[in-house]
Design a protein around this ligand. Structure first.
Ligand SMILES: [Zn+2]
Length: 238
């Protein structure tokens, strides 16, 4: 029965390319029953191939006799509400499983699960983690009026080890521009609201924050190595 499904084309979103047409390449049905209690359950498993990028998806469509509503559909890799989930990217120079990589992936998992407070706090943690990893321990800070904070008695510039200071430390070390530091300060505030006021920022905004942090990771980790490769490039005609 399930063999008839093989070769059928169905519309589901692809987690990699977004293309929606998938061809069923294999299918089988599972069935389970308890005759004494007169209950039964079953599932259809479809192995599907994306017609755009060939990414495989396993779809489980399950039902249970005691739950007469719609059958339950689950996908691996998962996607929700028929829209693809965000997949973490791989960075050339950021070690898989390192603390920064791990916080990045946990933040994406929280985002994909709609856990906006945790994802918002993750945004802040990720900035903190990048500073720690880059050995940025402090930096100058500014008053609400934008004036540099100095020691009252000596006039010396005050360096603080809170996240505000560390973000400015990233800028002072030339790892980010002044404009980027302004964005990071806003991300820090959003993360603070999540962590300390249990705020639930909109998921769309969180997604934009994650994209900004992905750019930051490329800039801080991947670009210095790209620069080296470009500098060592064999010049034409030499
Ligand atoms: Zn695809």
């Amino acid at each position: 029965m399930s063999k008839e499904r093989v070769g059928q084309v169905e519309e589901i979103p692809c987690v990699r390319c977004g293309f929606t047409r998938h061809t069923i390449r294999g299918s089988f049905e599972a069935y389970w029953e308890d005759k004494d209690r007169d209950i039964s359950a079953g599932a259809t498993y479809d192995l599907m191939e994306c017609n755009g990028c060939q990414r495989g998806t396993l779809r489980e469509t399950s039902w249970f006799s005691e739950d007469p509503g719609d059958s339950q559909v689950t996908y691996w890799p998962p996607r929700k509400h028929d829209s693809p989930l965000r997949e973490p990217r791989n960075f050339n120079e950021l070690d898989f499983g390192s603390p920064v990589d791990s916080v990045y992936r946990q933040t994406i998992t929280a985002f994909n699960d709609g856990l906006s407070t945790l994802a918002g706090a993750g945004v802040r943690l990720l900035i903190e983690g990048i500073c720690l990893d880059q050995k940025i321990l402090k930096g100058k800070v500014y008053t609400d009026q934008g004036k540099l904070v100095r020691e009252r008695a000596t006039g010396k510039i005050v360096l603080r080890s809170n996240l505000e200071g560390k973000i400015n430390g990233l800028w002072m070390k030339g790892l980010i521009s002044k404009n980027q530091s302004k964005v990071l300060h806003q991300l820090r505030r959003l993360g603070n609201d999540s962590a300390h006021a249990l705020d639930q920022p909109p998921l769309k905004l969180i997604e934009e924050c994650i994209e900004a942090l992905e750019h930051l990771l490329i800039q801080v980790y991947d670009q210095p190595e790209l620069l080296k490769r470009l500098m060592n490039r064999k010049k034409p005609g030499r």
